[in-house]
Design a protein around this ligand. Structure first.
Ligand code: PRX
Length: 654
């Protein structure tokens, strides 16, 4: 974020009181919420123990709350046993078996509703199919699927048998998929013949085949959902159609009662160094915060239709599509396609047709839809919506105001929710009906969440109106447990900076005079492109893997709709390309990155130079590159540059 942006955000002092009509019906009105805060303030561990007894159905009740013996590898509820899929589905069967659990809509308009009873039957059948293929508790299973109901079914089926799923976003390339398969040493892969997006077919099976051809060979069987029914290659010894796998399987499957700490899933995410890391979440603690936040933040109650637009390939799709809302007994909407197919009114028609009451999306989508004009939402009846949410990146006040007035019609509270893949669930957010909101602020930590700001020395900044590192000072149930296969990396990345005292989020934040938090962005080399996390180093490694590239440096640049876009500076082996050759190589490199990582990582801007700006000690001057990428005036000292003449070339002047 530029200094200008930060200043304008910090000058934002409009305050929106919770609408009284909402407050009157809220699950958590002020007194109830204050009681929760008071309980957590008295004893944080006891607070979560009480919630875990209230909200989860245990097969074997636990007696241990927090186990800190291996801190900072914290564990929760260790001697209890439960099953996450049982908690999401089975326990609702008596009271809401016929209620719709999933309302699915495909990009081409096909729809499918599944009641809790039907969901139970399909999850059980698929769980039995996985077992028949040889899957066992603890096996890693990759899910590489389009955003269809079966993606949720696959995840729930893994949870049911105690297998550890690792969902890979369908937009990731074969190479990214291969890396994740190999790192997780997955035995099974669940995919589809294709997905439908943007009017075309996403060739998932093809990418899966390519990934498996290059991988180390851990995958034994591949289950393929027929979604598009176009021609794909099937290896009879390895691949089996989903519909064949479930044929004849019973519609009941006794859940595997796993220990509370049994890993529920791995989800790979980017950091500042190395390849994406497998964030490992535990079963009970993860689910607990998922349920609690669905009640506190989304005010979920009977009759609500909750549409979280995130793909299950991201953490938001885990906690607010597959797990949290189902565990809370809600009805969810799952939409497969793009927001603008066939036109920019699609999202709003879905809201009308499915009577969506809670809508949760990312600022990048809000900005993109805002740009399309108010006439699109005006064509749909949005009166069922009562609550709006935002996640994934800072929301600029302009987009917040549009969301508030045009979509929320000034009637709906907006919950700007701050959290991360690692935190498992929302950490800071307004509680609708109680917290007055300010456009651009995620307001305050939720009950039981000890978010704080510290300075460079790790001293808590208790006085108001100050900024620093965002940390969490006490363990919470849905925190990540480790980095899969690399606990040292877990400690180095999240704890080492302040001697293992605090969880270090990697964001900087500011707290204003009212105690409201404002997220200022990442402190590391992590980009946020359209709400997707991306390591600059990942993109750089992809670029230098190209035969023509000698060196690459990648920085983020503010972008009107994406939040940030990727700008790459490249030096080539041989002559620096110019003119048509530069254009052709730019295209080639963009496609190359898409192939190496996925289309979301394509640089928007690639500039060729004879060399990169480095200090005399050989460090690339990233801050200078960021300034140049933004087209801003260079104010930093460039006299220490080894090659000052390069600046004009990077600016495109020579
Ligand atoms: O920088 C923060 C930003 O997204 C990062 C986490 O990314 P990821 O693990 O992919 O999870 C995204 C969805 C939970 C954070 O470190 N971020 C997330 N939510 C917000 C945010 N930045 C500002 N405001 C938010 N509400």
């Amino acid at each position: 974020m530029s200094n200008q942006d930060i200043e304008s955000i910090l000058k934002e002092n409009r305050l929106f009181a919770p609408p009284s009509a909402f407050a009157e019906q809220a699950c958590y009105p002020t007194d109830k919420l204050e009681a929760l805060y008071a309980e957590a303030a008295e004893d944080n561990e006891a607070f979560w123990v009480a919630r875990a007894r209230e909200e989860l159905d245990w097969h074997t009740p636990f007696t241990v709350g927090l186990d800190a013996t291996d801190a900072p590898n914290y564990r929760w509820f260790t001697d209890g046993r439960l099953n996450v899929s049982y908690n999401c589905i089975d326990r609702h069967l008596d009271s809401r078996g016929d209620q719709i659990a999933i309302r699915f809509e495909g990009e081409q308009g096909d729809t499918r509703n599944l009641s809790y009873r039907q969901l139970h039957a399909e999850v059980c059948q698929f769980a039995n199919a996985l077992k028949a293929l040889g899957a066992r508790k603890g096996d890693r299973i990759i899910v590489y699927m389009p955003m269809v109901a079966e993606a949720v079914i696959a995840m729930q089926a893994c949870a049911r048998i105690g297998a550890v799923h690792s969902v890979v976003f369908g937009g990731f390339s074969a190479a990214s998929l291969r890396d994740r398969i190999d790192d997780a040493q997955a035995r099974f892969l669940i995919t589809a013949d294709g997905g439908r997006r943007g009017g075309g077919i996403v060739e998932l099976k093809q990418a899966a085949d390519d990934a498996l051809a290059q991988s180390g060979g851990s995958v034994e069987r591949v289950v393929v959902l027929q979604r598009t029914a176009h021609d794909v290659a099937m290896d009879p010894a390895r691949d089996i159609w989903w519909h064949d796998a479930v044929t004849g399987q019973p519609e009941d499957c006794t859940p595997e009662w796993v220990e509370a700490e049994h890993p529920l899933f791995l989800l790979y995410t980017s950091g500042s160094t190395g390849k994406p890391k497998g964030i490992q979440h535990a079963s009970a603690g993860y689910l607990l915060n998922g349920i609690c936040t669905n009640r506190w933040v989304f005010d979920l109650k009977d009759g609500d239709v909750f549409w979280c637009t995130a793909d299950v390939g991201w953490i938001t799709g885990h906690s607010y599509v597959t797990y949290g809302p189902l565990a809370a007994g809600s009805t969810i909407v799952v939409y497969e396609g793009a927001p603008t197919v066939p036109d920019a009114g699609r999202f709003w028609r879905i809201c009308e047709e499915h009577k969506v009451s809670i809508f949760y999306t990312a600022p990048t989508a809000i900005r993109a839809l805002m740009k399309q004009g108010d006439e699109w939402p005006a064509q749909s009846d949005l009166s069922a919506i009562r609550l709006l949410g935002s996640v994934g990146e800072p929301i600029n006040p302009e987009a917040w105001m549009w969301y508030h007035t045009v979509i929320g019609q000034e009637r709906c509270p907006i919950v700007d929710t701050w959290w991360q893949t690692e935190t498992g669930a929302i950490m800071m957010s307004p509680v609708p009906g109680v917290t007055a909101t300010k456009p651009g602020s995620c307001t305050k930590p939720l009950p039981g969440i000890a978010a704080a700001i510290v300075d460079e020395e790790g001293q808590l900044i208790e006085d108001r109106d100050a900024g620093g590192y965002l940390v969490v000072t006490k363990p919470w149930p849905s925190m990540l447990r480790t980095v899969w296969g690399d606990n040292e990396r877990y400690i180095d990345t999240y704890w080492a900076k302040f001697d293992n005292r605090y969880y270090v989020a990697g964001d900087s934040a500011h707290r204003d005079a009212d105690g409201y938090f404002w997220i200022m962005g990442r402190i590391d080399d992590v980009l946020n492109v359209s709400g997707h996390r991306m390591g600059t180093m990942e993109v750089e490694s992809a670029l230098v893997a190209h035969p023509r590239v000698a060196e690459a440096a990648v920085v983020g640049r503010p972008h009107e709709t994406k939040g940030e876009s990727i700008c790459a500076y490249v030096t080539c082996k041989g002559e620096r390309p110019i003119g048509d050759e530069a254009e052709a190589l730019t295209r080639e490199l963009r496609d190359w990155v898409a192939q190496e990582i996925g289309a979301i990582a394509k640089p928007d801007d690639i500039r060729f130079a004879d060399n990169l700006p480095k200090t005399r000690s050989g460090k690339i001057m990233r801050r200078l590159l960021r300034t140049i990428a933004k087209g801003e005036e260079i104010t930093q000292d460039i006299s220490t540059l080894e090659n000052p003449a390069i600046v004009a070339q990077l600016q495109g002047h020579s």
